[in-house]
Design a protein around this ligand. Sequence first.
Ligand code: ADP
Ligand code: MG
Length: 326
Amino acid sequence: EGAVNRIAAGEVVERPASAVKELVENALDAQATRVTIDIADGGRTLIRVTDDGHGIDANDLPLALSRHATSKIDGSDLLNIHSFGFRGEALPSLGAVGRLTITSRATGASEAATIHVNGGRIAPARPAALRGGTVVELRDLFHATPARLKFLKSERSETMAVGDAIRRLAMAEPSVAFTLRDVSEGGDRVLFRADACASLADRLATVLGRDFAENALSIDAEREGFRLTGHAALPTYSRGNAVHQYLFVNGRPVRDRMLTGALRGAYMDVLARDRHAVAALFVTCDPVLVDCNVHPAKTEVRFRDAGIVRGLIVSGLRHALAGAGH
Ligand code: ADP
Ligand code: MG
């Protein structure tokens, strides 16, 4: 099982940002209202995610570390996915590539417990002190695989990738408070902070800036079972050359060429201008119309009918731009 976990880990955990994404998703699945992420050295030496969610029962801690054990689906319902996680791979994978410690106190439990795994070897759970929620600490990612370590980018770019992952999840869950701190030796600074927001618009203003909020068109369109909502800036508002286009499918941040292509096409189509305008768009549909289980990292999706979604993005944006006098 150790070798299987290490291979799976390669697909789930490419870099610190992918570990952070998995851990924060677990916190969100546990109904956390506040998630704090501490990293050191770009996440290479330390990633610590603290949440106030429902926690893990002490008896279930070893289970949480075993492969394909998930509390989130019963096996019969793979297509009907409402949680971020469902494959039961993240924790075993992280335990195979770093020193992983999980400390948790389940709601209503009289005490907390902690469990440690390193190189796939799980130490027995022990009682611990924690008032509630879960703290997952991953130290020395890839310490046993120097080849993987070598592929990490500079501390700065790994830190930026972590920030990007957090911002995407913060947009997906406006009501949850997020704090990202760099706790590298010799410094302790807040890199990102978003208090709980009452609306998506508030959260987008926090994450993408007031300028975006003021320049963005509100999108709301529907087509054959697909709904498109969110905000897209006028192409006159852009944030340099970087692409700030955030796409979500059924609440999950995704990176999808078809979707970004459709968005680009829509701007081209309506304004005859090829600009990377800032946008945060949310596609929702019946889960049977989209497969999120294409890749272990779950950031790719496959629509049953991509043509409808493409058309929806073009017409939704066209409509919003026309309404704004373009
Ligand atoms: P998945 O999220 O696909 O179920 P993971 O390996 O990410 O698989 O997590 C395994 C299990 O550990 C989860 O199904 C959940 O029961 C439990 N778990 C992990 N992180 C947390 C957390 N922060 N709070 C509560 N439970 C958690
Ligand atoms: Mg998970």
